[in-house]
Every structure is written in structure tokens, then in C-alpha cells.
Design a protein around this ligand. Structure first.
Ligand SMILES: Cc1ncc(COP(=O)(O)O)c(C=O)c1O
Length: 399
């Protein structure tokens, strides 16, 4: 069995069978700091943090320390951090929570057309429930232009939600300016920062956001835990009821293992971020140069400000699904923005929003680098991708 190479964990299989993981936007491996935090917690504590006895209070103090650490990294206050089961729940809590708590004369929601489904599907549900929803277009580089927000927003807008950076093409949005426009109209501003936390410093005050979603497994923490920053004084309604945890905004016994590991991973990620970003950006340039040397391959949204680790490429005449299957067999883990629904592959809504037609959108794959990506991964992956494209073009085979 092939083994992965991460953070002093098992390293083997350096030859032809080596697996190259270029899917860090889907999830990142657990870092040593998070692994150690989990081990420590499992050894030292099992109590319910809501219990009044000493063990319970001790467990509570671990959650408090984690909340402090998260607030410090994001520049917020301890009382503004709410833990959830991940990015999806945080996005849902932001949208439903803010729209349900909004005054009755503010029933308008604005989201960008390239949001993650956690935001888009929540917006569609709110639309079904009678809220008015506007979907902001993006330009060919995947950027929301300020003018489009200016023309969609009114004094009936309750909430604007635009993601910090896109998970498929990596485009970074001008959050500070967009939030300022929202505030001029008295609307709240939410950003989904799930993809950006690992690659960009996040300061909620500098960004000027009221709500910000994050998810541990995108910054080398465990899956199934994340959170929502909620600026002090902002009213949002809970989605669940039944307990006073997380100041009644997110009831239910806390996932203490996940929360403690999230904080450890976040501290560790932000301490290493600057150095990691530089290296990852350098590797991405190399990868892009090598891929663009293949005929009919181009990098999507190349002119936009992008996260350092995400490369989305178009491969003329090659179905993404065939390429991904072949790469998988060759030991390169990558992905496409397509979602599989009832057996049919739907082209990415993000690429369609950029103006690609369905055929063009079905010929794109995403390669995403992370802190454990090495330069030899890049060289090997480029060779294998070139080989796979040539083979598909030659045989015309689907797989
Ligand atoms: C931009 C973005 N938002 C939200 C999510 C959902 O986060 P989670 O997997 O923690 O539910 C993802 C995950 O892919 C994402 O990329």
C-alpha cells in the first residue's frame, strides 16, 4: 500500500508508486500540533464541560483556552467566537441566523454566484421561504466587482455574503471594500473564510466583517469542527435549540477534542503561514509553468489575486473526469469542481459563473498544494499530468 508523506509521519514509497496529494483544498492532513493536542486531551480529560464539578470545570477551561487562541489569531474577542461542526454549519448559521433575526423590513439577501454550496443552497432555501435573494455575478477572473454590489444593494438588504477566497479557482475578493458598501446600507456582512485561513492572515477588524466562517480541516486540523465569528452586538438566531452551550447560539455538548485540536492547528498554521505561503507560491509558479508548456493547457483566473496553493487548469479536448481517473491510477490525487448528482456530472457553477460554457467547464481540474507538498511532488505530478493528457488525446479513451 502506498503511504503519504506528511509532517514527520510515515514516509515511504519514494518511487513510481508515490502518491502525490494535490487536493489540499478538499482537505489537509492533520498537523503534529493538532495530533498531539488530541492525544493529550484523550489521556487527560473526558468530562462534560458543562458539569459543575472540578473535572467539568477543567474541561471547560480547555474550551475557554481554545476560544481565546482562536480570537487572538483572528483579532476578535473571546466572546465573538462560536464553535460549530465545520464550515457548512457556520455558513448556514450565518445566513439563516442573520436572516431570521433581521427586522421584517429587511428581507433581502445578497450572495455571490461563486459561493460554496453551503452558502448557495442556504440562500436558495431562504428564497423558497420568501426572502428576496440576489446573486452577484463575477468577471472572467472570478472577481465580484464593487459596482455589481452597488447596483444590487438597497436599504432592505439584511445581509451580504461574499467568500474571502474561492475553493475552486482560488480567487480572492476585495472583502474590505465590499463590507464597507454593505455597511453604508445598514446591512451585515458575512465572509466564508474556509479556504483562506491557511494561506492568508485573517483580521476580522481589518476586513470589517460581521460574520466569518472557518473550518479546521482546511488548516491542518481535524474534520467535523469549525466555527463562526460573530461581531459583538450582532443579533443572529440559533438554528438549534436545547442547551445553553456557545451562549445558546449553538447548543449541544461541545466537541471538545475537535475544538482543542482546531485551536492547536490554527495557532500552528498562523505561526508558520508566512514561510509556507512563500514556498507554496514558488512551487505553484513552477507547476503552472510546467503545465502551461503542455499544448492546450491554460491556467484559469490567472490574472486575479489568488490563494497561493490553488491552480485550476483547462485542458482542451480532455474531459476532467477521464483525466482525474487516469491521474488517480497514476498516483496523483486532484479534483474537479464538478458535483455528481444522480450519476450525471454537473459542470462547476463557479466556472459557469466565470462565463465558461458547459463543455469548457467540463475540461477543468483543480490542483491544490499545501505545506507538505514538495518540489519533487511538483515535478513528478507535472510529468504524470503531461503523460495522462497525451495518453487520453492519443487514445481518445474516456479513462
Ligand atoms: C469555501 C468553503 N466553504 C465551506 C466549506 C464546507 O466546510 P466543511 O467541510 O467544514 O463543512 C468548504 C469545504 O470544502 C469550502 O471550501
Amino acid at each position: 500500500m502506498a503511504e503519504y508523506h506528511f509532517d514527520n509521519q510515515v514516509i515511504s514509497d519514494t518511487g513510481r508508486n508515490r502518491i502525490i496529494y494535490l487536493d489540499n483544498a478538499a482537505t489537509t492532513p492533520l498537523c503534529a500540533a493538532a495530533r498531539e493536542a488530541i492525544g493529550r486531551l484523550l489521556r487527560e480529560s473526558f468530562a462534560n464541560p458543562s458539569s459543575q464539578h472540578r473535572e467539568g470545570r477543567e474541561a471547560r477551561s480547555r474550551i475557554d483556552a481554545a476560544r481565546d487562541a482562536v480570537a487572538e489569531v483572528f483579532g476578535g474577542d473571546y466572546s465573538e467566537i462560536y464553535f460549530t461542526s465545520g464550515g457548512t454549519e457556520a455558513d448556514n448559521l450565518a445566513l439563516f441566523g442573520a436572516m431570521m433575526a433581521a427586522p421584517s423590513d429587511r428581507n433581502h439577501l445578497i450572495v455571490s454566484a461563486i459561493e460554496h454550496h453551503a452558502v448557495l443552497d442556504a440562500a436558495r432555501k431562504l428564497e423558497k421561504w420568501g426572502r428576496k435573494v440576489s446573486y452577484l455575478p463575477v468577471n472572467r477572473q472570478g472577481v465580484v466587482e464593487i459596482e455589481s454590489l452597488n447596483s444590487a444593494i438597497t436599504d432592505r438588504t439584511a445581509l451580504v455574503s461574499v467568500m474571502h477566497a474561492n475553493n475552486e479557482i482560488g480567487t480572492i475578493q476585495a472583502i474590505e471594500e465590499l463590507a464597507a458598501v454593505a455597511h453604508q446600507y445598514g446591512a451585515l456582512f458575512h465572509t466564508d473564510a474556509v479556504q483562506s485561513v491557511s494561506s492568508m492572515p485573517i483580521d476580522v477588524n481589518r476586513l470589517g466583517v460581521d460574520l466569518l466562517s472557518f473550518s479546521a480541516h482546511k488548516f491542518y486540523g481535524p474534520k467535523g469542527v469549525g466555527g463562526l465569528y460573530v461581531r459583538k452586538g450582532i443579533a443572529i438566531s440559533p438554528l438549534m435549540h436545547g442547551g445553553s452551550q456557545e451562549r445558546e447560539l449553538r447548543p449541544g455538548t461541545e466537541n471538545i477534542i475537535g475544538i482543542v485540536a482546531l485551536a492547536a492547528a490554527l495557532k500552528w498554521t498562523s505561526a508558520h503561514r508566512e514561510r509556507d505561503i512563500k514556498r507554496i507560491a514558488r512551487f505553484r509558479r513552477r507547476l503552472e509553468d510546467r503545465l502551461e508548456a503542455i499544448s492546450g493547457v491554460s491556467v484559469n483566473a490567472k490574472a486575479a489575486g489568488r490563494l497561493p496553493g490553488i491552480v485550476n487548469i483547462s485542458v482542451d479536448g480532455v474531459e476532467a473526469q477521464s483525466l482525474l481517473l487516469r491521474l488517480d491510477r497514476m498516483g496523483v490525487a486532484a479534483s474537479a469542481g464538478s458535483a455528481c448528482s444522480s450519476g450525471a456530472l454537473e459542470p462547476s457553477h463557479v466556472l459557469l459563473a466565470l462565463g465558461y460554457n458547459r463543455e469548457e467547464a467540463s475540461q477543468c481540474i483543480r490542483l491544490s498544494l499545501g505545506r507538505y507538498t514538495t518540489i519533487s511532488d511538483i515535478e513528478l505530478a507535472s510529468d504524470r499530468i503531461a503523460e495522462a493528457i497525451t495518453a487520453i488525446r492519443k487514445t481518445g479513451s474516456k479513462i
